[in-house]
Every structure is written in structure tokens, then in C-alpha cells.
Design a protein around this ligand. Structure first.
Ligand SMILES: C[S@@+](CC[C@H](N)C(=O)[O-])C[C@H]1O[C@@H](n2cnc3c(N)ncnc32)[C@H](O)[C@@H]1O
Length: 444
């Protein structure tokens, strides 16, 4: 099977929100020949399926229910190639997909639909303001159609953004309410970008300069952004990069890195990281403490906590104590704790570009459930470790109810304590991009 046949086979049975994209991709990548093409194509199309389906249905009159799964997938792949890969020679791309449509009748149908889509496009790559005949693809550039395809951004802004960026309408409506039009558009764009990969050098073992040199010597395309290294092209899995086994770096986005800088623990302090797995923030705190003091690292999920143990070993950070959940509370109760970090489970709405499936799984009820889980995690600390006075609460969500909303509710109910500092970062696609996230320091 060639790469397109493999993609077609995998995507024919893809069910948004149900199929596990990670396993789908892992399986595909183990069989294909051009890994970068297959990975980019599949991630791109999975992110954009609703927009692709709207274009296909509107222009051709064809619908998912009226065609076989294989034929519908051929149309999806063809439309995606036409719109989202504007550098591709258009008819060559279409022909490749048409060939895979099945018998003569199906091939004729796919050919007719894809050529109708092409005829309805005035430009595959042009900068335009957001309009009902425009589908943004990358930054301000996108595909301009000869007819209106989407809702009017002026009359139904949430509907429009939800359609062109393939995001749930209720989620976009919340962003519009909380951030306004410009910022909500930027969050939508960032949620659909191909995410950048950043490495945090382990400063107890190396420096950003030395790590950069090592990576470049081995052929990786990388550059420094302050203390972080942006990896443009690794050419291999992260675990195979030079310095990984030796613990010289950890994969971490700039936003999560800045959360560690905000916590800024001093050497000699003792910090409890209660939701620590797989240990990325724990290791950053331990590094910032220059190998002194102690980070107590635990998590309710033992399998995930094992990853934190592995990371501690790999990064050679002796000032991290990884303990099972119950054991960690007993250990912490007998010691002075300077601060607790609660990097709680969340909707991931700030990292949708990385969590490909999340946009199809998110529901308002799900966020309400997370809210009570988030609240309960803080309450557990207050009940079980009453001597703790300083806490950091963080998420990779940009939803108000998961961030400020939780802390506000808590402090109102307690009628004591104060929020000292907060930092909300919206995801961005500007210069290599960054995740969205929230961190707050509060005291009791
Ligand atoms: C966002 S992840 C943490 C990421 C981690 N801080 C890092 O930087 O690598 C949230 C974690 O919270 C854990 N978790 C969920 N409920 C919890 C609870 N009640 N107590 C402690 N941890 C919990 C999950 O198992 C998950 O590993």
C-alpha cells in the first residue's frame, strides 16, 4: 500500500471524538514511507474535518450519509489537499485521490465533486479579512471561494469562527464573550496551528548554548528563544535526539516554562507538586532550586507517576522525591511545606492544537465536571495539610470557570485568603507559537 492508501484506510474508520488519534497515528507511522507527509496530512485533516465537510457538502450537494465511508473519505482528503495544501499542484493532488475512490462510477463521482470544488475557488492562497466566502488556513492567508460557504462573521460571529476553525460553537462563543473579537480570532487561529516543539535545557547539567550546539551538530534545525530551544526540524523522535538519554533537556512549551519561573522556588525550599505526572513542572522546579531543597512529586494516577519517576532518573535530579499519593500526604504532613503546586486536570482548551481529538470531546457538562474535580483537589490539600499557606494553581485551559472562577469560589466560601498573582496566557501562532495556560498564586 502506498502512503495515500494507508491514510485513506485509516481515516475511513476515523470517528471524531471516539477514535484514539494517537494510536491511529502510531500505527500509520509504523507502516508509511514518508512520515512527515503522513503525519502532517493526518493531523491537519483531523483538525479541520468539520470545515472540510461543510465545503464538500455545500459545493457538491454530497453528504456523508449519501456516500459510502470510503468515497466520503476520498472527498475529504481531496478537498483537504485542495484547500489546506495550496502549494500542491491542484490536479495532481485530485488525481491521486480519485484513483483510490473504488470502481469506475465512484471515481467519476469523486472526480466530478473535486473539480466542482476547484471551479468554485477564486484563490487557494490569499490574505483576506474574515468573510463568509473565506476559509482561513494559515495566519491571515486562506482559500477564497466564489460563493458564500459559511455563516456571516458579522451576523453570527461564533457560528462563523466555529465553522472555519472546526471548533465547538459554544466554546468559541465563550471566547468571544471573554476576550472580544480580535483575541478570540487569535485563539482560534492558534488552536489550529501546527504546534511548535520547545526544549527546556536542564541547567543542572548543561547550558542553552551548549545544548543548541549539540543539537545542531547532529543536524537538528533549532534556535534559541531565551532559555528555551525551539526545534524546527528534529528529523527523528525526541527520544532519539542527542542529549535525551543523558537528561540534558525536557520537552516543555514556553507557557508551562514561564509558570515555573513565576513559582520561582529558592534553593532549599520544599515544594509539594500534587498533580505532578509526568513530572515536567516538578523537574523544572527542581532545576530552578539548583539541586538543593526538595520537590515532593506525586499524582493520583500510579501509571502516570511512573513516568515522573523515569523523568527524575533521566534528568538526574536528586532533589525530587517521588512518592505514591497517600505516602506523599503522610510525608508532607510531617514537614514544613513552603508551597504546593496544583497543576490540575483541565479541559486543555489552551492546547487544542496539540490535543487533536479534544475539540470533538469537549462538552459544557464535561467542563462542569472538571470544575468540581478541580475544586475538590484544592479542598483536599486544605483539609489534609492545614499548615500550608501558599499555593499555586495552574491549568492549560483558557476557560474562566476553570481558572479564576475556581479560586474566586473557593476564597469566597472560605472567607479568608487572597489571590496574589495571576497570569493568563492565550495560545498564539505568532513566531513559532505557544500554548495557552493559567497560573495563580494564592495564600490562605
Ligand atoms: C495537567 S496533568 C499534570 C502535568 C504535570 N504537572 C507536568 O507538568 O508534567 C494533571 C495531572 O493531575 C492528575 N490528577 C487528577 N486528579 C488528581 C487528584 N485528585 N489528585 C492528584 N492528582 C490528580 C492526573 O493524573 C494528571 O497526571
Amino acid at each position: 500500500m502506498n502512503d495515500r492508501e494507508l491514510i485513506l484506510k485509516a481515516l475511513t474508520y476515523y470517528k471524531p471524538g471516539k477514535t484514539k488519534t494517537e494510536s491511529l497515528l502510531a500505527d500509520l507511522l509504523s507502516k508509511c514511507s514518508d512520515k512527515a507527509f503522513v503525519n502532517n496530512f493526518c493531523c491537519g485533516i483531523i483538525r479541520s474535518l468539520p470545515a472540510v465537510d461543510i465545503v464538500t457538502a455545500k459545493i457538491s450537494g454530497a453528504g456523508e450519509k449519501k456516500t459510502s465511508p470510503q468515497l466520503w473519505t476520498v472527498l475529504r482528503c481531496g478537498v483537504f489537499d485542495i484547500i489546506y495544501r495550496p502549494k500542491q499542484e491542484i490536479y495532481a493532488a485530485v488525481n491521486e485521490w480519485v484513483k483510490l475512490a473504488g470502481g469506475k462510477k465512484q471515481r467519476g463521482f469523486a472526480n466530478a465533486v473535486l473539480r466542482t470544488v476547484i471551479r468554485n475557488i477564486s484563490s487557494r492562497s490569499v490574505e483576506s479579512p474574515l468573510r463568509a466566502d473565506f476559509l482561513p488556513v494559515s495566519g491571515a492567508a486562506g482559500c477564497l471561494f466564489k460563493q458564500d460557504i459559511f455563516s456571516s462573521p458579522d451576523k453570527e460571529p461564533a457560528e462563523y469562527l466555529s465553522q472555519v476553525y472546526s471548533l465547538p460553537c459554544w466554546l468559541v462563543a465563550g471566547w468571544l464573550k471573554n476576550f472580544g473579537w480580535e483575541k478570540a480570532c487569535a485563539v482560534c487561529r492558534a488552536s489550529n496551528r501546527k504546534p511548535g516543539l520547545y526544549l527546556r535545557p536542564n541547567k543542572t547539567l548543561t547550558t542553552p548554548e551548549k545544548l543548541l550546539e549539540l543539537l545542531r551538530e547532529e543536524g537538528a534545525a533549532a534556535y534559541r528563544k531565551g532559555d528555551i530551544i525551539a526545534l524546527e526540524k528534529a528529523g527523528r523522535p525526541v527520544e532519539k535526539l542527542p542529549g535525551f538519554e543523558e537528561g540534558l533537556f525536557c520537552v516543555q512549551d514556553i507557557t508551562a516554562f514561564e509558570a515555573g519561573l513565576l513559582i520561582n522556588p529558592s534553593p532549599g525550599q520544599r515544594i509539594l507538586d500534587l498533580c505532578s505526572a509526568p513530572g515536567t513542572k516538578s523537574s523544572h522546579l527542581a532545576e530552578l532550586m539548583q539541586g538543593q531543597g526538595e520537590v515532593i512529586s506525586t499524582d493520583i494516577n500510579p501509571a502516570r507517576l511512573e513516568k515522573a519517576r523515569e523523568n527524575k532518573q533521566r534528568l538526574r535530579l536528586d532533589n525530587i522525591t517521588v512518592l505514591d499519593y497517600e505516602q506523599a500526604f503522610q510525608y508532607a504532613a510531617d514537614r514544613q511545606i513552603d508551597a504546593v503546586l496544583l497543576d490540575v486536570p483541565c479541559s486543555n482548551s489552551g492546547v487544542l492544537s496539540k490535543r487533536l481529538d479534544m475539540r470533538y470531546r469537549l462538552r459544557p457538562e464535561g467542563i462542569k465536571q472538571l470544575n468540581s474535580q478541580q475544586y475538590d483537589i484544592i479542598k483536599t490539600v486544605l483539609t489534609r495539610l492545614p499548615a500550608v499557606k501558599k499555593l499555586f494553581y495552574s491549568t492549560c485551559s483558557v476557560e474562566k470557570s476553570e481558572n479564576y472562577g475556581i479560586l474566586h469560589k473557593l476564597l469566597c466560601e472560605l472567607d479568608r485568603g487572597a489571590i496574589r498573582r495571576t497570569k493568563l496566557t492565550l495560545p498564539s501562532d505568532v513566531s513559532f507559537g505557544r500554548d495557552g495556560g493559567y497560573i495563580a498564586e494564592f495564600t490562605l
